[in-house]
Ligand binder design. Structure first.
Ligand SMILES: Cc1cc2nc3c(=O)[nH]c(=O)nc-3n(C[C@H](O)[C@H](O)[C@H](O)COP(=O)(O)OP(=O)(O)OC[C@H]3O[C@@H](n4cnc5c(N)ncnc54)[C@H](O)[C@@H]3O)c2cc1C
Length: 400
């Protein structure tokens, strides 16, 4: 096989790049090498589709791949990148040539300190299916880590009538992202949905007793559980790139166009990539779905039109579905001032606006309020004043 664009990683970053190359009119070969054997699927549904459903939401079917002329090389792991020779080496010894190479290998779940058939992480479709199997007939789930994934799994389990205990070493787990006040609201959301929260607490031991699992916590409590989900973040695997000559610094370092600065014809997108962001005047890695999609579109344009380079300068965005809350988060949280908050009850709607020292909206948080989300995101992108968007959102017309 030779030439064209070779993409390593067949999840949202890689597949959206392949599709966007065709949208941009690229006529050469497009090949996607993917370690997993499943047809490409999306990750957010893994923690959002109800536990009695199948979480497989395709990113590209076999028919679409064939129509678009995208070759999928599934079940193949890239083990070495020879940048001098424009070659990618696979675990089975195969060597693929490329004109342009896109690294879209994302991240993996941080491994659980405990193992066993009833102890799970959640990053892949196989993880999601194993978790669903394990929770069939389960009475009590222990969730370790109250970040987005832990919170979403707790929410799914409660909807299924499963008792849930959620443990996190931080006293207010989401405070690091949204501040103490909103973090406390998110902690309360678990409690009002019947979850037992053990925050500021760690798991001291998870023992197998009489064939079942028994958890011991640092607060001295002990209880049996049927299954455990460990959601303690993600890790990167850049080992296969170490001899490539690329700059690796908590990800694959790229300029604002998605190109690696030291080696020509290599690009990166999605969770593994660390693009320079002009808005922040620094390179930053972003582990969110929308970022991967936007980078993929920008990168495909830049590969096809190298004389008309476009920068990707995002307002960070992530959503999360927890119980009956649809949460959206934008931009960056400035801590120089308290957020401006607009809230409405019955049904609950909430918007919090963070502002920088000049009073510009730097970030925001909304609950169940799509109209406010659109307005906030637009204001943040334009560097508009926080108090103006606060006033707009407070008017009855917008509140509806
Ligand atoms: C359960 C879950 C829920 C999420 N929910 C949300 C959400 O609600 N909102 C949001 O914004 N974000 C969410 N995310 C994050 C979002 O899904 C990621 O940001 C996105 O998947 C990143 O896409 P990616 O293509 O960069 O990497 P990944 O999705 O990590 O995919 C990388 C792919 O590369 C493959 N690969 C890795 N190494 C190799 C190799 N050496 N050779 C070949 N292939 C390789 C992997 O098998 C994988 O398929 C969620 C993530 C998870 C796990």
């Amino acid at each position: 096989m030779s030439g064209g664009v070779l993409i390593v990683g067949g999840s949202v970053g890689g597949i959206r790049t392949a599709r966007a190359l065709r949208n941009e009119g690229y006529a050469g070969a497009v090949t996607v090498v993917e370690a997993e054997s499943h047809l490409p699927y999306d990750k957010p549904p893994l923690s959002k589709v109800p536990l009695d459903g199948d979480a497989h939401v395709p990113l590209l079917t076999a028919e679409e791949a064939s129509e678009l002329g995208i070759e999928l090389v599934l079940g193949s792991v890239a083990v070495e990148l020879r940048t001098q020779a424009n070659q990618l080496v696979l675990a089975d010894g195969a060597i693929l040539d490329y004109d342009e190479l896109v690294i879209a290998t994302g991240a993996a779940a941080r491994p659980s300190p405990w193992t066993g058939p009833d102890v799970h992480v959640l990053r892949t479709l196989s993880d999601a299916r194993a978790l669903r199997e394990s929770l069939k007939g389960a009475a009590h789930l222990l969730v370790v880590g109250a970040g987005f994934i832990g919170a979403e799994v707790a929410s799914l389990a409660r909807k299924q009538g499963i008792d849930v205990t959620i443990v996190d070493p931080a006293p207010i787990p989401m405070a690091r992202i949204v501040g103490n006040e909103l973090g406390e609201r998110l902690s309360d959301l678990h409690r009002t949905n019947g979850v037992e929260t053990k925050f500021g607490t760690t798991v001291s031991a998870l023992d197998r007793v009489d064939g079942g699992l028994r958890a011991q916590l640092s607060d001295g409590s002990e209880f049996p559980v049927d299954a455990v989900v460990v959601g303690i973040g993600a890790v990167l695997d850049v080992g296969w790139l170490e001899s490539s000559g690329l700059t690796l610094d908590d990800g694959v370092v790229c300029d604002e166009y998605g190109r690696t600065p030291d080696v020509a014809h290599i690009h990166a997108v999605g969770d593994i990539s660390k693009w320079y962001q002009p808005r922040l005047d620094k390179s930053a890695r972003v582990e969110h779905w929308t970022n991967a999609v936007e980078q993929a579109n920008t990168l495909a344009h830049n590969i096809v039109h190298p004389d008309d380079l476009q920068a990707h300068d995002p307002v960070a965005y992530v959503w999360s579905d927890q119980y009956n809350w649809k949460i959206q988060l934008f931009g960056t949280r400035d801590t120089t001032a308290d957020p401006l908050v607009v809230e409405q009850s019955d049904p609950l709607r909430l918007a919090a606006i963070w502002q920088d020292s000049d009073g510009r909206a730097s970030g925001g948080f909304t609950v169940n309020w799509p109209k406010a989300s659109v307005q906030l995101r637009r204001t943040i992108a334009a560097g508009g004043p926080a108090d103006a968007v606060h006033t707009q959102l407070s008017t009855p017309a917008v509140k509806r």
